[in-house]
Design a protein around this ligand. Sequence first.
Ligand SMILES: [Zn+2]
Length: 410
Amino acid sequence: MVTLEPEKKLYMKKLTKKLTACAGLSLYAEQPGGTVGITGHLCGDKLCFVCNSQRSRVTRRKYRSWFEANPVLFEVTGSNGRSKVVTAFQYHKNYEGAHYQPVKYEVMHFTLTVPHTAENGYRGKQIYFDEFTRCMTELRRLKFWTDNVLGGEYGYETERKYAGVHIHVHGLMFVVAGLQNRNRLHRELLMNWNRLTVDSDNCRSVFSETDIAGIRKGNKLITEDDVNEMNPKGATIINLETIYTKNKETGLKERVKDFSDKGFMRGVMEAIKYHFEPSFFDKKENQFDLQMVADLKPLLHGKALYKKFGCLVGETALNINENIQVEYSDAVEDFDPGTGEILERDFYTVNPALMYADKDNITWSRAAVASRRQIKARTTSEAVSVLAGMIREACRGGLFRTETQKLDHA
Ligand SMILES: [Zn+2]
């Protein structure tokens, strides 16, 4: 049995309440042709599997349409007279009609870590989130970065490993298209990141043969001089990859440049899947490291763990952590497509666990029929706002409290 300090216990109680309430109440419509699911209450927590799968689905859709709308970026002259690369959305919003130069770009996936040890953490901190953030800010100001990287997004991941708390960054960057750009950029990123992340308290004072092999692996542009220039007290492991697919016959990685290629979205989602997979979950053991959740989540609360940069700043179409609580699919029509008449139907709320659903049909179980509640509404959006009100009421009134009470008595 784990005993938690009061502050952590309060956090865990709140979390349990949220997770228990998640997907507990959903809205369905019975209409000619069958039953359709409209939406459900989602808790929005990053540790919730239901919400993560929804977030991942929505994000895939967002990114696909974003890449369709942005085959190139726009280089324009900003109000300060300097050139600036913007997205199609920003061009039409702020520079419509202005002269622009189309900019071809490629998408890469990157991972960054800082050197840390179980005893000392990083720069004297066990939870070095703020220190990491400062390195990221400095990195994004460097000339090699602003010259090559047009924009992107990244998220912080936290795990507990043999060397203490392991914080790292995964993200996507949009870089100016060009020959050999991966190796060139990888080398510059490695050299600069190594310099920026030096921790004078780190105990490594020379590189071992293994370190050197690791540094030179995967990039033929890194020379012996480069290795000599690097600081053993800074980070030496980074990852930078183009978006690729695996050739089914040869098993080899193939670079995907065409945004409309089927493999491209697969690669992008693979690169950002970390945003939807809680690192507190141990896939091998199939369980959460609850002690770690209790230890770390309160400390990370309110921190910006996800960031867009460069041309993606303000690109609201790509927000992945916005409120997903009561959002319904716009595929649900209020009108009969044949006659244009408003559809005759009945709206119900029910616990979705009681429904039968397969690929084509949603059907009512006896328990679902017995416990469903009919909602008086004419349109989908009316029904959704009634549902939203019910959820607010339920959260206040404690309909979802049972699990939390159990925890109270534990
Ligand atoms: Zn949830």
